[in-house]
Design a protein around this ligand. Sequence first.
Ligand code: BLA
Length: 513
Amino acid sequence: MTQPTPSLDLTSCDREPIHVPGSIQPHGILLALDPETLSIYQAAGETEGTVGRAVDGLPGEYAEAVLGAQAVHLIRSAGVQSTEPLYLGNIPAPADPSRHLDVTAHRRDGIFILELEPSTPHPETAAQTLATVRRISAELDAAPDLARLVQAASREFRRLTGFDRVMIYSFLDDGSGAVVAEAKADSLDPFLNHRYPASDIPKQARALYLQNLIRVIPDVDYRPAPLVPPLNPTTGRPLDMSDCSLRSVSPIHVQYLKNMGVAASMSVSLVVDGALWGLIACHHAAPKLVPYELRESCKHVGQILSQQIKAREDAERHRQTARLSVARDEFLEGLARAGSTENGLLDAAADLKKLIPSDGAAVVFRGKVSQAGHALSEAQTRELADRLLQSDLSDPFATNSLVRHHSPAEAYSAQASGLLATVVSHEDPLVLLWFRAEHIETINWAGNPHKPAEPGKGMGQLTPRTSFETWKETVRHQSRAWSLAEVEAARRLRRAVLDLRQQAALKELNVQL
Ligand code: BLA
């Protein structure tokens, strides 16, 4: 008898409420306090070794009795109001004054959340830290293009943090991601250019990482330390730990890292134009604590890198827009000289092809087809134009895989897997089309992307894949993508041709009058 294959519901990954895990990673301690009286609502972590008190004895106590007057002075004088954690300074650990603790605090839902974690044993001076960050910033600034920028960033970030492997991970439109740069210890196998499915970093995690820019897992073998009591007595709800750096992470992700042979991880968000562009993802083969001070530098470098990525992308877009606009002006001048008549337009296919980088172009005007380059038969082009005239697809219409929208396109996908088109006029049917040839791509997935997880022990539970062996996928019927600037050029051209035709029509009317 064959076993039914359990169907995997990967959307359950997106539903795991990672902001309310009810526990912390035990390299520090967390206290949730009444913001006015500083009495403790909830506590978590190895409080015995840090403050000399068992965790279940802490709720109901006042912060002063537990942490001492110096800590309370820091808290009171900072007047923390924000949801973003603020660094208050460091204090000697009450249970062992030879160790120092970094104290950070933030507010959430009217609760004052205090996190205490081990400080850097030998803190740098501000001047040293600034010098390091300035040097990194100069290195990034000097990179001539995006590829060399991310390469320099991975190298500099590894030098700054000492992780075994530092990757620049970039998200694609479908939520999957690729390692676009990597700096690593020689003994490790490269992950460079590997692709990972969207479910590896589920939606709610990506949303959280847009808000909270850094996260660390110093030891994947940690035992989560539960909050005591589990629910916050004032709200009756679990504590929202979105902004806590000690937040216990998803057990599925912990298993994922173990499957990869990773003992400690850190990731820093790269945010460009308000969207999560990618992550600086770091791995270490042994446990590794990244203290607050170094995390601040990492966050800052992450922000500098994000700005640099934006600058490079904007510059490339501007360069393209400028090139396209010169080409458009030339094209329109030619058209104006030809009188924007039927003949003028039908003669323009070759110039149209030059206007936007493409392998073929066509003008379909009142059912007549003219084309240039590596294009389809007239009948195929006419059919495609009719389809565009009849449909309510967006205009301009741009796709790098036409077969997904128009099945007859399979017959000519070698010449035209990509289409950019604009319907200039429905009334006096005029359609402009650009084609791009098929670009067969081989993707190196890290493990089988169709099986990113396997059924876990419990009902509805999942466990991440165990093999990250390269799984090659050949992608057919796809062209190079049309850039935003190219789509915008098609939109502007439509407008200009429409204006030209209206002017010509007016002129004709004047002559007749
Ligand atoms: C989180 N997944 C993450 C994070 C990364 C990845 C970087 C952020 C946490 C961290 O910094 O470690 C994924 N790590 C990667 C990838 C590479 C890497 C792609 O180094 C590539 C080199 N994960 C799964 C499946 C699920 C899942 C099947 O594989 C869900 C069923 C979930 N991943 C998952 C969850 C988180 C996560 C829930 C959030 C962890 C948290 O912040 O609590």
